[in-house]
Design a protein around this ligand. Structure first.
Ligand SMILES: CC(C)(COP(=O)(O)OP(=O)(O)OC[C@H]1O[C@@H](n2cnc3c(N)ncnc32)[C@H](O)[C@@H]1OP(=O)(O)O)[C@@H](O)C(=O)NCCC(=O)NCCS
Length: 186
């Protein structure tokens, strides 16, 4: 499946089904509404500053992923009969083979497995794209984000500084995971 058409479903801890799909430019309002429902603390953990207002240019950047150097997924739940964006994750390639990742789930939907699900699907796309490393900077007390990274099963290196923890996650190559290239001949 092309990254820009990505679509999957996940059953959450409370039994509800979330759609995990590629972010589209038409999601602008839905994404901003999700930001509006997200607490100052969660936004601080995401942006490292008390950021709630975004310029049009910033929003343009966030909603117009090119699905090559910038891949973005959203988690969508049906609420009151309509689809609502409740979280998102993205990676941005910073150098060949390496991308930075970032996540946010609105507060009332945290702890349901959405972050973990987004991570799983983002990793699948990153591997499909041939990336080798994912990096993230998180606040040292961000236990939930660290947990999501730890339970991804990827090799993880953490480097702690007083104000930030740098994370590097190693992606196994697709061919190794599928058992290809391991000398099946003979
Ligand atoms: C980090 C974040 C994306 C995780 O998303 P989520 O949907 O809440 O994560 P999950 O429900 O998949 O939970 C993942 C794990 O973290 C654990 N967890 C959740 N909150 C926790 C907390 N405050 N302390 C310790 N562990 C916590 C969960 O129990 C779960 O572990 P388990 O599977 O062993 O039970 C979400 O909390 C968030 O949006 N935070 C604000 C933004 C942010 O911090 N972004 C990171 C910077 S890039």
């Amino acid at each position: 499946m092309q990254a820009r058409d990505y679509l999957a479903t996940e059953v959450l801890r409370d039994g509800r089904t979330a759609v995990i799909r590629a972010l589209k430019p038409q999601d602008r309002d839905g994404l901003l509404a999700a930001v509006g429902r997200t607490s100052d603390q969660s936004l601080y953990r995401r942006f490292f500053t008390f950021k709630r207002r975004f310029t049009d240019r910033e929003v343009d950047f966030y909603v117009n992923a090119d699905f090559v150097s910038h891949v973005a997924l959203v988690a969508v739940l049906e609420e009151d009969g309509r689809p609502v964006i409740v979280g998102g994750a993205r990676y941005i390639v910073v150098q060949p083979g390496q991308a930075e990742i970032a996540f946010a789930v609105d507060d009332v939907h945290q702890g349901q497995g959405i972050g973990t699900a987004l991570m799983r699907h983002l990793v699948a796309l990153a591997r499909q794209a041939g990336l080798r490393e994912l990096t993230a900077d998180i606040l040292p007390d961000n236990a939930a984000m660290l947990k999501v990274f730890e339970i991804s099963g990827l090799g993880i290196t953490t480097r702690r500084e007083p104000d930030v923890t740098h994370i590097v996650l190693q992606l196994p190559s697709v061919s190794l995971l599928h058992g290809e290239g391991l000398g099946t001949a003979g």
